[in-house]
Design a protein around this ligand. Structure first.
Ligand code: SAH
Ligand code: MG
Length: 221
């Protein structure tokens, strides 16, 4: 089945749940992600996110999955990225589990999904992205890369997950900054975006601020 381009918008309830969720996905980019996810859902394959955090973007992927009749998958070790650790710019003390003294965003993520009424449409995969990718065997309609921002993490996300994007499916990358943005966001996602285009396996479909939507149109990655 081929994907056609339409415009899609989540329901007011889903948008309210998205706005209420903790996280790092601005509304405009979230709507662009949602549109790509509904289109990709037409392939009838799961939609996968790397970088759940507290479920803000997951709410949109889950609603898109519900609309398309597929499942959303979301991968995170839930211990936070480098820049989210105590003492760093993006740290939120509420995300620390006092019993273990480390971040644990899994409980907040579950509350977010529950509040959105979308628990049935999501499978959460808790672990390091490359480890999960290694045991993942099936094709995916969409891969959304929004995990760690170091070159090591961004490249591992690309290498682990991009090969699973089905022909005609989408690769969506967040935090793509062609010009250096800030110390922590860095430019690793931009370099991965360039890598995906240079592979010849992906062509660009659209962009919205720092979000890039690519479509798989070739075999070699
Ligand atoms: N999509 C979220 C933001 C994700 S923040 C939103 O809409 O708000 C990035 C997340 O990636 C963090 O929760 C961090 O724990 C996770 N992460 C970073 N590196 C990872 C890795 N190697 N494997 C799994 N998760 C990782
Ligand atoms: Mg991001």
């Amino acid at each position: 089945m081929s994907i056609t381009s339409r415009s899609h918008t989540p329901s007011p309830d889903v948008l309210a749940a998205f706005e209420a969720a903790k996280g790092f996905m601005p509304r405009g980019e979230g709507l662009a992600l949602y549109g790509a996810a509904v289109d990709a859902g037409a392939l009838g394959l799961p939609l996968l996110e790397v970088g759940t955090y507290c479920g803000r973007s997951t709410v949109l992927l889950a609603d898109a999955a519900r609309t398309a009749g597929v499942t959303a998958l979301t991968v995170d070790h839930h211990r936070g990225s480098e820049e989210q650790q105590p003492g760093w710019d993006f740290h939120d003390p509420e995300t620390v589990d006092p019993a273990v003294g480390f971040m644990d965003t899994l409980p907040t993520f579950r509350r977010t999904l529950h509040a959105a009424g979308l628990e049935d449409h999501v499978v959460a995969l808790v672990g390091k992205s490359p480890r999960v990718a290694k045991v993942w065997g099936g094709p995916l309609g969409l891969v959304f890369i929004d995990g760690g921002h170091t070159d090591e993490h961004a490249n591992a996300d690309y290498e682990g997950w991009a090969p699973h994007v089905a022909d005609g499916g989408y690769l969506v990358i967040h935090d793509v900054f062609p010009v250096k943005h800030d110390e922590w966001t860095g430019q690793a996602p931009y370099r991965v975006y360039q890598r995906a285009l240079a592979s010849g396996a992906f062509t660009e479909v659209s962009e919205c601020d720092s979000l890039r939507v690519l479509r798989r149109s070739g075999a070699g990655i």
